[in-house]
Design a protein around this ligand. Structure first.
Ligand code: PLP
Length: 383
């Protein structure tokens, strides 16, 4: 049975010849050049050069995108940097129901700065900004229900109040066209192991708008972000470029794999990719309404295409067991608390026929009652 992978929003599958790329890396670069590869094979600049390959996918001109830390660590660095950009303002605004790591970091940066956190329902975030607010930190696409913010409108409202806008693009990047420069975004972070298919734990990217690069201060000054690292200067002098956001030695193997994964986006028009994504989610919602509603599923994702990202969540009381049963018939989605079956539609490699086949199989396992089997009720560590 063909596997229909609807979890590329959580961990993208390998694209192209990843094994070959890793083998060549080990043989030609690591073993072949040893320490010389830092210069001869571009290892030193990989966080910047790989960042420049992500830039066109997010609507960023050159010099503003860098890759290297996890999303969590970038959030910490950028939130701290945002607090420094707005001295005297002691509030961070965010939305309730944030992805846990985003909220955990927001809370810890607030503690460090003696700031308060104001968390409101996502649709009220723009209106909650005041002259106390230093930074507004939101997920562009919500990891649970898939609700998508209007990046342009929210960013404009945040600027109106004089605050800094930080977007988390983890569930957007690689599934849609984004216009960070055009929307005047200040700061952004995004995951690369979801729709970009960089591999488990591949390093995330950070975006810092050109106008902030010169003045921005990040909290983990390290030698890799130094203006002249091999001067072995005892005192830190930040690089006069996006490189200043880096801290320690970059994960070169992971960057090579991510670089390879990005080949799949060469020549892809992101607006066309977005319309395919919309067509996939539209068809899934249509079919879910027609065929799955009578089995207790409720579409929990916004129905207006502009209001959602590239995944669709269906609420069901037996969501956990259903997701397990679906995996056993080759439809791989995931479960999110409290009652969501989440299905990601990566537009890079899924077709309308995949969507239709997936709904057929979901309907069949509800008709057969497959999900009621005991083995599907037992919870694993990663859901
Ligand atoms: C996937 C995801 C992360 C992941 O953070 P890591 O540091 O890679 O574990 C963070 N935030 C959001 C919104 C995500 O979707």
């Amino acid at each position: 049975m063909k596997r229909i992978y609807l979890d590329g929003n959580s961990l993208g599958p390998p694209q192209g010849d990843v094994l070959g790329r890793i083998a060549r890396f080990v043989a030609d670069e690591w073993d072949g050049q040893l320490i010389g590869a830092w210069n001869t094979r571009g290892w030193w600049d990989a966080p910047i050069t790989v960042g420049e390959r992500i830039a066109p996918l997010i609507g960023a001109a050159a010099g503003q995108t860098v890759v290297g830390e996890s999303t969590t660590i970038w959030l910490y660095k950028l939130l701290s940097a945002a607090m420094h950009l707005r001295p005297g303002r002691l509030e961070i605004v965010t939305e309730t129901g944030q992805f846990p790591t985003d909220r955990h970091v927001i809370d810890s940066v607030a503690r460090q700065f003696g700031a308060s956190v104001r968390a409101v329902p996502s649709e009220e975030a723009a209106a909650a900004v005041s002259e106390q607010t230093a930074v507004v930190s939101l997920c562009h696409v919500d990891y649970r229900g898939g609700r998508r913010h209007d990046m342009r409108a929210v960013t404009a409202a945040v600027h109106e109040a004089g605050a800094v806008m930080l977007w988390d693009l983890s569930h957007s990047t690689g599934a849609m066209d984004l216009q960070l420069d055009e929307c005047n975004v200040d700061l952004a972070v995004g995951c690369t192991y979801k729709y970009l298919n960089g591999g488990p734990g591949s390093p995330a990217f950070a975006y810092v708008a050109d106008r902030h690069v010169e003045v921005i201060e990040q909290p983990v000054s390290g030698w890799v972000g130094h203006a002249d690292p091999f001067s072995m200067d005892e005192y830190h002098r930040p690089a006069p470029s996006i490189r200043k956001m880096l801290s320690g030695t970059p994960p070169v193997i992971a960057l090579a794999v991510l670089d390879h994964a990005l080949d799949a986006f060469d020549g892809v028009d992101m607006a066309v990719l977005r319309s395919h994504s919309t067509a996939l989610t539209e068809r899934f919602i249509e079919r879910a309404d027609a065929r799955l509603r009578q089995h207790g599923f409720i579409v929990a994702t916004p129905r207006a295409p502009a209001g959602r990202g590239s995944h669709v969540s269906l609420a069901h009381d037996e969501a956990y067991a259903i997701v397990q049963a679906a995996i056993s018939v080759g439809v791989v989605g995931d479960f999110r608390e409290p009652n969501l079956c989440r299905f990601g539609f990566a537009p890079l490699y899924l077709t309308i026929a995949d969507v239709e086949e997936a709904v057929d199989r979901l309907e069949q396992l509800m008709v057969d009652g497959t999900y009621e089997r005991h083995e599907f009720q037992v919870r694993a560590a990663v859901t």
